[in-house]
Design a protein around this ligand. Structure first.
Ligand code: HEC
Length: 151
């Protein structure tokens, strides 16, 4: 009985990993993965941006939730840029990403750092500080896109 259970678990694990493993070795899946991460990044940023601009009512709770999600999401795109062949195909990443990889990585690291700082102060009610940290975080988007993303 135990043996059968172990076999069932093992085959389930195998089936799961064999479905998932391809993202980080198949260029097209890697491209979709990082684009999805950036889409979610943009979704969280735009809701915070509307609050910062006064377009929607301020909520400390929602802002903190978005800021924490953003901080987690900034950790995600990098791995997908390591995947060989993901510089070709349906990507808007410019060849410069891979020509200047240490600089690209440093830009992502700065973005992660700024988003983490934003998350850590959000929800504490200091709107001026939150505004400033939000501004610093979103500066990374345009700066990186100018150098590394096709329009
Ligand atoms: C360190 C560089 C870098 C930073 C920082 C960065 N991006 Fe990007 N972004 C990219 C690259 C490169 C792509 C193209 C990815 C691809 O097509 O393979 C991209 C793609 C996107 C896309 C398109 C996704 C799709 O479906 O094709 C959106 C939206 C986006 N970024 C939003 C943002 C926002 C908003 C921020 C800041 C909060 C941000 N990005 C920060 C480099 C960056």
């Amino acid at each position: 009985m135990k043996k059968i259970q172990a076999m069932v678990i093992a085959s389930t694990l195998f089936a799961t990993t064999s479905v998932l493993a391809h993202t980080f070795d198949e260029p097209n899946k890697a491209i979709k993965y990082r684009q999805a991460a950036f889409t979610m990044i943009a979704g969280n940023v735009s809701e915070m941006g509307d609050m910062v601009k006064g377009k929607t009512e301020w909520s400390d709770v929602i802002f903190a939730k978005r800021a924490n999600q953003l901080s987690q999401l900034t950790l995600m795109p990098l791995d997908a840029f390591y995947v060989e062949g993901s510089d070709k195909g349906k990507t808007n990443a410019l060849p410069e990403v891979w020509k200047n990889f240490p600089d690209f990585e440093a830009r992502l690291a700065q973005f992660q750092e700024d988003a983490a700082a934003l998350a850590s102060i959000s929800g504490k009610g200091d709107k001026a500080a939150i505004r400033k940290a939000f501004g610093k975080t979103v500066k990374n988007c345009k700066a990186c896109h100018t150098d590394y993303k096709a329009k």
